[in-house]
Write a protein that binds this ligand. Structure first.
Ligand code: ADP
Ligand code: G6P
Length: 736
């Protein structure tokens, strides 16, 4: 295995140039703070933006910058001011960020932003390709780089590529509004593993993949033509040890060693020992619900005036994305709100809100966490929210109360916190009161559980879990499926084919020889297919069977004049050498009258679905329905039918977007085995794409060359990707 490459928009440090010299400050934000701990432990290379544009880097300083980054295991992607404006301030933060956080009205769909996003994603991909080897593990992060996985996959098909989204993935109804929705999904599907913080984000993503790309999804695997992509949730943890140990050190510090910031907090505590400190820490971002929180605080003070002078809210807001208009508006709004409330409610001894608009050093962050009785975090939407976890980790004596919005990803794992809806002021006022008056034993009980969980599933465990899943996915990709029919296997099979004295071929039609069509009647054979089948059919010592679930009328029309051998309706009818179809199996169709009304009712309730009536079976097709809805209805129908048919001699077959009810004693396996018994064949071949073909793969003898079309669970020995490859394969058999 090669090295690990981490790619994100931000590097763990941000560079600045002051008076000709370079300074570095740590990056703020969940991605950078979390991944920093992963990066420092290993041999990884981190590629990202240095925080400086090309225009800002004087030529003379360029090598020094590269060296400084190299020392930290980092490499920069060169970005111009124009790139940053269009890709970062534009598409990333004026289009995707608001959309994915359900601020649809803030989302701007600007073609220029999109063009810039594409070109900068290409720059990141180029940087990766330049720095990586074929067997490296590449881990791409976050919404700024959603096209990168595909761009890298094209050039490095064998590399393991993982992608993790640090923000929510919105519901399909929101995501579908994006003009470039397909392109983003396709970009992500270049990865072998796609990770989200929560199961909800994962299921929203899978739903969009199904609905917008029409791809087959089974549980959390997406099937592309020649590979599977795993999608899973990995709730990100924190560097628990770093926070808890820093808090312990902080506690042990003698008074005179404390920071000025801590001294100030201490003074406050000493002068008003029964005043509770409530802290909130976020980037100044509209998704964090800061303005609402301030309003809710005012509401609380009005509802419970006895707490005036008894609580103080400390708001630490870190400047963020200040070139984006919505952030500027928010800054103004928060300034005004704090000013107004402090102006209205302050007394000589008390200011209700302390507001800091700056980034603080880590040490002061710990000062704040450890000094606050309550942490109050109210995001309207938040992918995870690590601040909530960090607060709990610093509570060395296990006291303290966390009030957390249920809209944060971390709320799923932090049930012992007081969970609130940030839009419900009444509930928040009551929760604040509950937090202020919560007995210490209860605080300890809740925090013990939280700390145990957070220390176990920390950021290292999180990263290891993601990496292990990625490596397993790559190594075992397609473990459960068959081997790909590559050139060398194909040439060996063709050799056997040529050597054989008597050959028997079973070829499924839909999804194998021809692609699917919205209307099954329109999926008729083309000239190329006829020519191919003609050659095979007329080959000496070769018996070819088309074997299909289709009805006999359709195959009579398409193939009878060609005199191909055919088995249809899964084995009910057979035709050889242009003869009329005959019954191959004795079947009873009496049940059809009973089942038909059931299927009719499903057609009525499932727009786009329809029934195909065959002589001895009924098929309910749902290819043209909404994929999620169709699959749900198919499950429902399966249950209804299974209950209905009981021990009757009929069974339900789940095909490719079709459910077929037919006699149990009929299937392609049984039919093909009967044909096999008719002569001494020494080369047997069966190919098909769906579940109904599995009967052949299972029942034909071990020596049969069985081939599945598409990457899916199968009993077949080999697979080919699509119908085009099927034809290429069969063409090999015609060449002699
Ligand atoms: P987001 O990623 O949206 O910014 P998170 O809560 O997940 O939100 O992560 C914020 C990270 O930034 C945390 O790790 C926190 O410690 C760090 N951070 C927040 N505020 C400050 C600050 N004022 N100074 C330094 N680091 C901060
Ligand atoms: C969130 C995003 C990160 C981003 C961080 C800070 O955590 O998920 O990708 O780095 O916010 O935002 P910024 O725009 O300053 O990088």
């Amino acid at each position: 295995m090669g090295k690990t490459i981490i790619i994100s928009n931000r590097l763990p440090v941000q560079l600045q140039i002051h008076n000709g010299s370079i300074t570095a400050t740590p990056s703020v934000g969940g991605l950078a703070t979390g991944m920093k701990s992963v990066h420092k432990g290993g041999e990884s290379l981190w590629i990202g933006w240095s925080g400086l544009t090309d225009e800002e880097i004087p030529q003379i300083l360029a090598p020094a910058i590269d060296n400084a980054l190299k020392e930290q295991g980092c490499a920069k992607v060169k970005l111009t001011q124009n790139d940053i404006d269009g890709y970062y301030f534009g598409f990333s933060n004026r289009t995707i960020w608001p959309l994915f956080h359900y601020f649809l009205e803030y989302s701007e769909f600007e073609l220029n932003f999109w063009e810039s996003y594409k070109s900068v994603n290409q720059k990141f991909a180029d940087a990766i390709i330049e720095q990586s080897d074929e067997d490296d593990i590449i881990w791409v992060h976050d919404y700024q780089l959603m096209l990168v996985p595909q761009l890298v996959k094209e050039k490095r098909p064998n590399a393991s590529i993982g992608f993790f989204l640090h923000i929510p993935f919105p519901s399909y109804e929101i995501f579908r509004t994006l003009p470039w929705r397909q392109e983003l999904l396709q970009g992500l599907l270049g990865a072998d593993l796609i990770g989200f913080h929560t199961y909800d984000y994962e299921r929203h993503f899978l739903s969009s993949v199904r609905r917008l790309l029409g791809l087959e999804v089974s549980f959390n695997d997406i099937y592309l033509e020649n590979r599977t992509i795993k999608v899973d949730s990995f709730p990100m943890g924190i560097d628990y040890k770093k926070f808890s140990e820093s808090a312990q050190l902080h506690d042990a510090n003698k008074k005179d060693k404390r920071s000025d910031f801590q001294k100030r907090l201490d003074q406050h505590k000493e002068s008003s020992p029964d005043t509770k400190l409530i802290v909130s820490i976020d980037r100044l971002d509209y998704s964090k619900g800061i303005a609402k929180r301030i309003n809710a605080f005012e509401y609380f003070l009005n509802k419970y005036p006895e707490y005036k002078e008894k609580v103080r809210l400390i708001i630490l807001a870190v400047p963020s994305r200040s070139n984006v208009p919505q952030y500027q508006l928010l800054k103004r709004e928060v300034d005004e709100l704090v000013g107004r409330i402090n102006g209205e409610l302050s007394t000589v001894n008390w200011t209700p809100i302390w507001y800091f608009y700056r980034s603080l050093p880590f040490e002061n962050l710990i000062d704040l966490y450890t000094s606050s009785d309550i942490a109050w975090l109210t995001p309207l939407r938040d992918g995870m929210n690590l601040v909530a976890k960090e607060y709990i980790a610093t509570r060395t004596d296990k006291t303290g109360v966390l009030i957390l919005s249920e809209m944060a990803g971390s709320a799923y794992e932090m049930n012992e916190a007081l969970l609130i809806n940030p839009n419900n002021f009444e509930q928040q006022a009551d929760t604040l009161k509950m937090a202020i008056t919560m007995p210490v034993e209860e605080q300890i009980r809740r925090n013990t559980l939280l700390q145990n969980r957070l220390s176990r599933y920390n950021v290292e465990t999180w990263a290891n879990h993601f990496m292990e899943t990625l490596v397993n996915q790559k190594n075992g990709n397609n473990d459960f499926v068959s081997r790909k029919m590559n050139d060398s296997i194909l040439s060996a099979v063709t050799k056997d084919y040529k050597k054989a004295k008597k050959r028997l071929l079973f070829l499924d039609y839909d999804g194998t020889l021809a692609g699917f069509h919205k209307d099954p009647q329109k999926a008729s054979p083309d000239e190329e297919l006829y020519n191919l089948l003609d050659v095979l059919h007329n080959q000496k010592d070769t018996t070819l069977f088309l074997i299909s679930g289709r009805d006999k009328q359709t195959f009579t029309k398409w193939f009878l004049p060609k005199k191909y051998n055919m088995i249809v309706e899964h084995g009910v009818w057979i035709s050889r050498n242009g003869e009329e179809f005959k019954l191959l199996e004795k079947v009873n169709g009496d049940w059809m009258e009973k089942i038909q009304p059931v299927l009719d009712s499903f057609v009525d309730r499932t727009p786009g679905s329809f029934i195909e009536q065959k002589n001895y079976s009924l098929a309910w097709h749902y290819r043209n329905t909404d994929p999620d809805f169709g699959a749900k209805r198919a499950n429902e129908l399966n249950e209804v039918l299974t209950g209905l048919i009981g021990n009757d001699d009929i069974s339900v077959l789940n095909g490719n977007k079709v459910m077929e009810v037919k006699s149990s004693n009929v299937n392609k396996g049984r039919a093909s085995v009967r044909m096999l018994g008719e002569d001494a064949y020494d080369f047997v071949f069966a190919i098909g794409d769906d579940w109904t073909d599995e009967y052949m793969f299972q029942e034909l003898p071990e020596s049969t060359v069985t081939v599945k079309v598409g990457v899916q669970k199968t009993q077949a020995k080999y697979f080919v990707e699509n119908t085009k490859k099927v034809r290429e394969l069969l063409k090999q058999f015609t060449k002699y």
